[in-house]
Design a binder for this molecule. Sequence first.
Ligand code: TYD
Ligand code: MG
Length: 446
Amino acid sequence: MPRAKTLFQCQSCGHTSPKWLGKCPDCGEWNSYTEEQQVTKLKRQKSAEPVALPDITASKDSRFSTGITELDRTLGGGVVLGSVVLIGGDPGIGKSTLTLQSLEGLTKLGKVLYVSGEESPEQIKMRAERLNIASADIIILPETSLESIITIAQKINPRLIVIDSIQTIFSLELPSAPGSVGQIRDCATKLMFYAKKHGTPLFIIGHVTKEGAIAGPKVLEHIVDTVLYFEGDKGNPFRILRTVKNRFGSTNEIGVFEMMESGLKEVSNPSQLFLSERPLNVPGSVVTVSIEGTRPLLVEIQALVTASSFGVPRRTAIGVDLNRVNLLVAVLDKRLGMQLGGMDIYVNVVGGLKINEPAVDMAVMAAITSSFRNQAIEAGIYTFGEVGLSGELRAISQAEVRINEAAKLGFTRGIVPVSNSSNKENRDIEIIGAKNVEDAVQILMF
Ligand code: TYD
Ligand code: MG
């Protein structure tokens, strides 16, 4: 009998090699290769028939609400039948809590199966009591063997399956340990086949490794339809559910939650929440409007500029890109003659939010300038705009939406790029267009 073929696979990124390697050529990780059995080729199935586009019927109501609006939004408007959703995040961030809470709403479809490889039914029951969940249609299965899970699923035919977490599930057909990339990929694939065949939506929970990627990330992210990341700071009650990939809706959508004693509470007006503890008339603080997915969000940007006691000044950025902050500091230095060379600079986005769009540039600059000059920016002012290397303020997208959101929350003066300021319709708020950073700073601080 020929020897079963084995492969060596990087446990960090999934790269495979016919021989053991000390360092992964793909992700650079050391000592990450383990031996895995090569996956047996899948049997050829009946070949598919080509169909003309108009002849395909798609039923409109193949989406179901989870009863949690913020979760529905990140899914693109609810759970799609037969879809596979990967929910990733740090251990302890609230993934199990969120899925358990969503099951209550999903029982209107019928029986739902919650497979837990991490917690005992008693532990889940205690959590459910805290969350006030008691539906008889939620079936708990403490099981880690893939084969048993599929057998039981076939028997009770649930309308939705949750796997908590994929790292604990293993297939008896593979020799490698639970949690290895080979196991994760194979189990996820088999579960996905089940989901597609039966039209059962599948939620797969996956823990994030220290490096910030879901273990076996590349393989899983390719297989599933939707990838959601649950983010947040352990010390902060706010949690953000972010859509990273979605075959059934827009990406970059976010859902905002607050972790309470009795589980996750939806935050339907995040702008208000992120600004709720804002200190008024304090130097180094300014409000900007960021767009996350389809929603405008008002956030406070803070900066602290202090004389450095070390030779090399410190630059720290939380929630915004540090390279971007360094670039903006250079522009301030050159354009406004601010001597920031010997200063420590700290920039922070309040509430644990991460902002990736350049619209935040102007606010970062304003906060740094305000702290540097020790001069507060008026409480009713907000600002946004992309800053170019020569100090010009560039137009950004969806200015109208941002301005309206700021107006809704009582902000009276917006300092925005000139080309975003032209379109003023019956508003009682003042919108001032600035051509460049010099102008903007002058208006912000008289
Ligand atoms: P959990 O959902 O177990 O996280 P994950 O599945 O992502 O590992 O969340 C656990 C944390 O949430 C734990 O630190 C306690 C906290 N928590 C609350 O604050 N309130 C609650 O009602 C629940 C159920 C958990
Ligand atoms: Mg959990």
